[in-house]
Design a protein around this ligand. Sequence first.
Ligand SMILES: C[S@@+](CC[C@H](N)C(=O)[O-])C[C@H]1O[C@@H](n2cnc3c(N)ncnc32)[C@H](O)[C@@H]1O
Length: 415
Amino acid sequence: MSVQRVLFRGLVKEIPSTTYATHGLYMYPAKFIPQVVRYVVNKYSPPGSWLFDPFAGYGTVAIEASLTGRNAVLWDLNPMLHLLVKASTYNKPVSLRNLAVDFNHGDPFHPRWDSISYWHPKEFYDVLSRAWGYWHREVDRELKPLVAIPLLKVTRYFSYSDEKIAKLYKSKYAVEKVKTLLSGDWRRRMEKMYWEHVKVVVEKVKEYQAYGPKPVELVIKASDEEVFTERRVIVDSIRERLDREVDVLITSPPYLQAQEYIRSFKLELAWLGFTGDFIRESSRHEIPYNGVREGYISSTTYKLLKKEVLRLGHDKLLELYVSYFNSIALFFNNNHERVRDTIAFFVGPVKIRTLRVPIDTIIKEHLEHMGWGHEATLVDTIVARRIFKTEKNPATGLEDERTPTEHLLIMRRAA
Ligand SMILES: C[S@@+](CC[C@H](N)C(=O)[O-])C[C@H]1O[C@@H](n2cnc3c(N)ncnc32)[C@H](O)[C@@H]1O
């Protein structure tokens, strides 16, 4: 078995930093680093071929695909994918003036989510609802994703959420922040901050454009409630089926005790127009909190470790373990036949209490069972990442472990 120790950041020379071009427009927990995607693209996917990321998140694969002239199919449960891909691959002239927002707009927008008043003091809410009223009713459809980025950043800052933590969380610090803001000229500060973020967006989009993106096809399939498309749909990648062939599947799925993505983005989703019901319903599909049962995975390591997990005597952990691997396996069972050439799967080995769970080995065994051959596993030690920095995992009530290493599993269709 080929295991290679590498530095993911140094895998390709042509990428200057992890946030170059539009890679860092908005926070997204456990994002790919673009070097990993570029490495796989350079090595396994000829120009013009099709990439596929079923857990596309921020859309790192979309940016890399467009910059290298590959097409991509991108799926995610989180509706943010629509917005983030459109903003980060925007390829028309853009100027500060295009992105103006009227913070006094006469027709305010009110989120259809009961908890909204928990997150903003009334003073901030009134102004934000006017700015969002402008976004919903006046901003050009094409520009909406770009305008949303700075507006969402301001909305998060002018709330009781702790903007230093990806998860939506009302911390002591955040309550203090709001108090201090309210005692000063917060109204001016809000607009000033908006323009500062607009400037960054314009600079980053121009930087992206300077890299010469190619005219490729990016097919986005993400949940929606008639905000970005005409449809109300929940996209659960484990139940979806590819309707075309692709060449390379490259993805970084949720980790075992993963961040709850929909929960983290509730405030954003509510202001963008998603209802509380939709937010609740979509979060029930999230891996590994979706209650998927045994029956889909074929792996000896999975079976052996399951016995160890059983011995821990913690039902919730066992349920997470089972749903996690069976969700990922079900996704592969439904879709692997339409992948022509390579599967590149990026994960960290996770710990459940004291047990190390080698996700990549379990997935490797499952794919081997389906006829795929192991090409290589690349291993890196994480240097500085914001994964699992939070205190307790809400699903298990246990401390989250920092993931010590990350693995890139590469499988190829056996000849
Ligand atoms: C580690 S993140 C992917 C990050 C992505 N590689 C990037 O660079 O931005 C995992 C993603 O899986 C998504 N996810 C979780 N459960 C899902 C499901 N059942 N169907 C589709 N996507 C799901 C989450 O919304 C999240 O965006």
